[in-house]
Write a protein that binds this ligand. Structure first.
Ligand code: FAD
Length: 316
């Protein structure tokens, strides 16, 4: 079922989760163990992230280096299918521009339809580890809006090969990313919002946000979107704090701010257990407030901390 149908049929705020595919070399059992305690909350859908290949340099016996391609977390599509099969829940694979030619994207979309997947979250992806700025694959998409147009085309039965025109139409519900604190490459919020609007005009059905720790920023973002005519559902993305290192890692990696009230409390903690307690309380207050204000879905980045998310959702 489509994310937008879940929202349309809901009587209140829904719950959804986001997980990573297992690291290569690990089985799927750890992922099931991660999800098992969360399934009692009946998530409407589960997102599975996409992780592109990286180039790494391996030292040879003679001291020279060999450039090899490594993909640490393959399997987004099959993990979606496995989750659907085990838990009978809808899944949302993330699909990125980086590392894909348009032909490979088309094949990936066809495979997703064969697997019975109704949703995709369309993203650009970040720069590869060895690049300073995002570089599209030769013949690949430069922005999420370009990838989105390809998905929208396929939904209209327009394939890359002309002679396939007017055949099977896919029916993907398309989500895109939004940034309450601005995407780090955008020159300003207004410009970023105009590009977000372009994604909606190109066919995005809903927006899901980057994590944030200050609800005021989310509400201001929603208001700014509505003011420029972005009228699709906007789903807040939420993540708990559980160790002190996150105070520097999260702003650096995700280009977000942590409110002083939160960081001051975390700095007072002596152990990670204390930080986790603070993080859980903060997330619960955020969630209660967002629910009260009628957000369509609370989307939790569960990454490694399912019990924290479970405690929060239980309290809700
Ligand atoms: P875009 O919408 O393409 O925007 C990228 C930048 O370009 C922005 O600064 C925007 O303002 C600007 N821009 C957009 N269109 C144009 C245009 N036409 N001309 C000029 N500038 C333009 N990454 C992964 O690799 N895998 C994942 O699974 C993943 N999941 C994510 C889930 C969520 C909810 C979010 C918020 C992010 C996720 N990311 C993931 C990270 C994401 O790929 C990065 O944030 C990436 O840098 C931007 O992706 P985007 O889709 O927002 O890009």
């Amino acid at each position: 079922m489509k994310v937008t149908d879940h929202i349309a049929q809901a009587k209140g705020t829904l719950i959804s989760f986001e997980v990573l595919p297992p690291l290569k070399g690990k089985g799927i059992e750890a992922l099931y163990k991660h999800l098992d305690p969360l399934m009692e909350f009946k998530p409407s859908f589960i997102n599975v992230t996409y992780h592109r290949s990286e180039h790494v340099f391996k030292k040879r016996a003679d001291g020279t280096f060999e450039k090899v391609v490594v993909r640490k977390r393959p399997g987004t599509e099959s993990i979606c299918a496995a989750i659907m099969n085990k838990y009978n829940v809808d899944t949302v694979p993330h699909l990125i521009c980086g590392g894909f030619s348009i032909n490979e994207t088309e094949d990936a979309l066809i495979n997703l339809r064969y697997l019975g997947i109704d949703n995709v979250l369309v993203l650009r992806g970040d720069a590869a580890k060895n690049e300073t700025a995002f570089e599209p694959e030769p013949g690949g998409h430069k922005f999420a809006s370009d990838l989105l147009k390809q998905v929208a085309n396929l939904n209209a039965g327009i394939y890359l090969e002309d002679d396939l025109k007017g055949t099977h139409k896919t029916e993907f519900c398309i989500g895109v990313a939004g940034y309450p604190e601005k995407h780090f490459e955008a020159p300003n919020m207004d410009t970023d919002l105009q590009y977000l609007k372009a994604k909606v005009e190109a066919g995005a059905d809903y927006i899901i946000t980057q994590m944030f720790f200050d609800n005021a920023k989310f509400f201001a973002f929603v208001e700014a979107c509505r003011a420029i005519g972005i009228n699709v559902p906007i789903i807040p993305g939420l993540k708990p704090i559980y160790n002190k290192k996150q105070l520097t890692i999260l702003p650096k990696t995700f280009h977000i701010d942590l409110p002083a009230d939160l960081s001051n409390e975390v700095l007072k903690c002596k152990t990670d257990e204390e930080v986790e307690k603070i993080g859980q309380e903060w997330l619960l207050e955020q969630s209660k407030d967002l629910k009260k204000k009628g957000v369509p879905v609370l989307h939790y980045y569960t990454l490694g901390k399912p019990h924290v998310i479970a405690n929060v959702v239980k309290e809700l």
